[in-house]
Design a protein around this ligand. Structure first.
Ligand SMILES: Nc1ncnc2c1ncn2[C@@H]1O[C@H](COP(=O)(O)OP(=O)(O)OP(=O)(O)O)[C@@H](O)[C@H]1O
Length: 673
């Protein structure tokens, strides 16, 4: 936790209430501490942000004395829980109602809040200690505590403590690295509240939205497109960024089906099915990661909130890297790693590079076979000649044939006038890299065999024989020997190709290279981020079926999603953490559904709710754990295991142990909370 947020409040009750709210949103991403204005406030230089609870100038002065000019101090925008407004709506219009608070400023602020959201049918008068309670008052609005004794005939409307505006939470959260996923959950809870208010007031979402200036500013504070739909696919909320992107010409969007949005087909899964994995989509030549979150009230499904994150720039860099001409762009220096299996493959490749024979690179997807092909060419005597690469699986048979061998004028309808040289001709004097060779059809296999044997090509539709001098490097992730045995691949071609076979090791056989690969990938993009030890542990434990390509994708995802210098577990794609957690929970002999583990998490959760850290001794002596025979030392070992799974976090002795968001999620998953 690099950031600290400070709250300075006027009264201790308000302080306790708001601290709890701030902590629920910001921890564990940043530390939140608070002081009542009458307390001795220490020097707070080094903190990220200070919130004060009212506009009262003396509060600002107190805060400014504690922090340097560079630290922003803002007044928390606060608002009552929307459902409490219901009682107010039942008071006859025009009634004079005192609004009670502990000072004239705060009483006026509450009135301001009410008027801002157009609850203006009453005649509000500020009321505070020292004001006189008039006989005619039938109602009184209080904030949790009546600040003066009230006569018995008065109907008291308790608006509770005013909550922190979600706008302030989101805005500050983005500055201190609260992940988007958490922000989205909060937002959807807020939308649930709004939808309930709409129902209560008998109005439509659109009207509530119009009424509620707070909601408007909340959505504008979110700089990425946000769209919410109800379960019938009707748009209930949309912010300006999303309107601009998806429907700039529509004047009314709320209440319309989401199918009015541009490219709605791409969004459809996110508005229709729960549990969609985040996906990359393109709109107006911009790339976005889309994710959706389901809106629920207890078990009732109310719809989805969908957020998009612009990743165009990252994608552009990636495409640039992928665009290669007829030259080899990588050398052995680009192949990162120092593990034994990798060094062995590099050493072998360097030796084989010098000779002119066909090389067959084998290995799983994304292990770096293409990278090796480039490097071998660069290391060979042909390095000044062309390097031509083709993915044999990416083209239909007839196209692949004409790409490889070229065609003559009029060879087929649409053939280019004058014909076209094939890749073998283009690779003359250099190297041709045939990726995914295991996927070529029997007809192409025959033609290829002839080129390899005779070093000659005949263009499609032609008769002339052309001699070519090029070295072939082929690659496959298939087991070609099995394919030969099954009759799917010609044996003679296999032996022609596999003159010099090189096996590229899978990433899980060289996990020690992972930190280096990550660093290198970040460095290439000029990004400086580090990884929390738990994340690194998870990455080392994963089985990386997609190898380095998958690793790079995970890193790209994490750096896109994370707004914090240290990447944490919450920044990893869900499917990865879920897979790892499933695997670990099976392997680690701490089955999560084990009631004993859930009891521990539940115990920690109670302390989390009460906002208190807890030590092992105290935890072991909670009634449930004590009844289950937990000793302090057994608990210590189990907590360590739960910490490895990212479900709890242990701080110093003073900080005690606390449950993490993943731990809370786990309790939810098993229906404990
Ligand atoms: N040792 C390595 N060091 C750095 N980057 C690597 C390494 N190996 C692979 N990569 C990167 O991983 C990605 C996948 O590599 P590459 O395309 O060469 O794999 P491949 O085995 O040819 O995959 P496929 O079989 O799916 O075609 C590329 O972005 C590549 O630059």
């Amino acid at each position: 936790m690099d950031h600290t947020i400070v709250l300075i409040a006027k009264g201790t009750d308000t302080l306790a209430f708001l601290l709890k709210e701030l902590r629920a949103y910001f921890e564990p991403y940043c530390k939140v501490i608070g002081f009542a204005s009458h307390e001795q406030i220490p020097d707070l230089s080094g903190v990220s942000h200070v919130f004060i609870t009212t506009r009262a100038p003396e509060l600002y002065t107190i805060a400014r004395q504690a922090v340097p000019e560079t630290v922003p101090i803002t007044v928390l925008n606060r608002f009552f829980e929307l459902r409490k407004i219901k009682a107010l709506m039942q008071i006859p219009p025009g009634t004079t109602v005192p609004v009670m608070n502990n000072s004239p400023v705060t009483a006026q602020e509450v009135i301001q809040n009410l008027l801002e959201v157009k609850i203006d049918h009453l005649n509000y008068v500020p009321f505070h200690p020292g004001s006189t309670f008039e006989e005619r008052f039938r109602y009184a609005i209080i904030m949790s505590i009546p600040d003066v004794p009230l006569p018995p005939h008065v109907e008291v409307i308790d608006l509770g403590f005013r909550k922190i505006s979600i706008h302030d939470l989101i805005d500050t959260g983005r500055k201190v690295g609260v992940p988007i996923e958490w922000e989205r959950q909060y937002l959807s809870a807020f939308i649930v509240e709004m939808s309930e208010l709409a129902k209560m007031l008998g109005t439509s979402y659109a009207e509530v939205q119009k009424l509620n200036s707070q909601l408007q500013s909340t959505f504008q504070a979110v700089k990425d497109p946000v769209i919410a739909c109800n379960e019938d696919g009707l748009i209930t909320f949309i912010n300006d960024v999303a309107v601009e992107l998806f429907c700039p010409h529509e004047s009314v969007v709320i209440g319309k089906p989401y199918t009015i949005l541009k490219e709605h087909g791409l969004l459809a899964p996110f508005f229709e099915q729960e549990g969609q994995e985040d996906a990359l989509i393109a709109i107006d030549q911009r790339q976005f990661i889309v994710s959706s979150h389901s809106i629920r009230r207890s078990h009732e499904h109310l719809g989805f909130v969908c957020t998009l994150k612009d990743v165009t720039e990252i994608q552009r860099l990636r495409t640039q890297l992928a665009l290669r001409g007829h030259t080899a762009t990588y050398s052995f220096a680009d192949i990162k790693g120092s593990s034994q299996p990798l060094l062995h493959a590099i050493e072998l490749s360097k030796k084989m590079a010098k000779n002119n024979q066909t090389i067959l690179l084998t290995g799983e997807n994304g292990t770096g076979k293409e990278l090796f092909a480039h490097a071998i060419h660069q290391h060979s005597l042909r390095k000044n000649g062309p390097f031509v690469a083709i993915n044999c699986a990416s083209l239909p048979e007839n196209l692949l044939e004409s790409e490889l061998f070229g065609y003559e004028d009029g060879a087929f309808t649409g053939a280019r006038k004058g014909g076209k040289p094939g890749l073998f001709e283009q690779a003359d004097g250099g190297t041709i890299f045939l990726d995914e060779i295991g996927d070529i059809s029997p007809a192409i296999q025959v033609k290829l065999l002839r080129v390899l044997q005779e070093k000659q090509v005949i263009r499609v539709g032609g008769t002339g024989i052309l001699s070519v001098d090029c070295r072939v490097i082929a690659a496959t992730n298939r087991n070609l020997e099995d394919a030969v045995r099954d009759g799917a691949f010609r044996e003679d071609l296999f032996y022609r190709l596999a003159v010099l076979p090189i096996e590229i090791p899978a990433l899980r056989e060289r996990t020690s290279d992972i930190p280096l690969l990550i660093d290198d990938h970040l460095k290439q993009q000029g990004i400086r981020k580090s990884w929390s030890p738990e994340v690194m542990e998870l990455l080392l434990a994963h089985d990386w079926r997609g190898n380095i390509r998958e690793l790079k994708n995970v890193v790209d995802y994490a750096i896109t999603v994370s707004e914090h210098p240290v990447i944490g577990i919450a920044d990893l794609p869900k499917r990865l953490t879920e897979r790892i957690f499933q695997k670990q929970s099976a392997a680690a002999a701490v089955p999560l559904e084990d009631e004993r583990n859930l009891d521990i998490l539940l115990g920690l959760y109670q302390y989390y709710l009460a906002n208190k850290p807890v030590g092992r001794y105290q935890l072991a002596h909670t009634p449930v754990l004590q009844a289950n025979g937990w000793t302090e030392s057994a608990l210590r070992n189990r907590l360590k295991q739960l910490e490895q799974l990212g479900l709890v976090r242990s701080g110093t002795t003073r900080q005690g142990t606390s449950i993490t968001r993943d731990g809370i999620e786990m309790l939810r998953k098993y229906g404990k909370i």
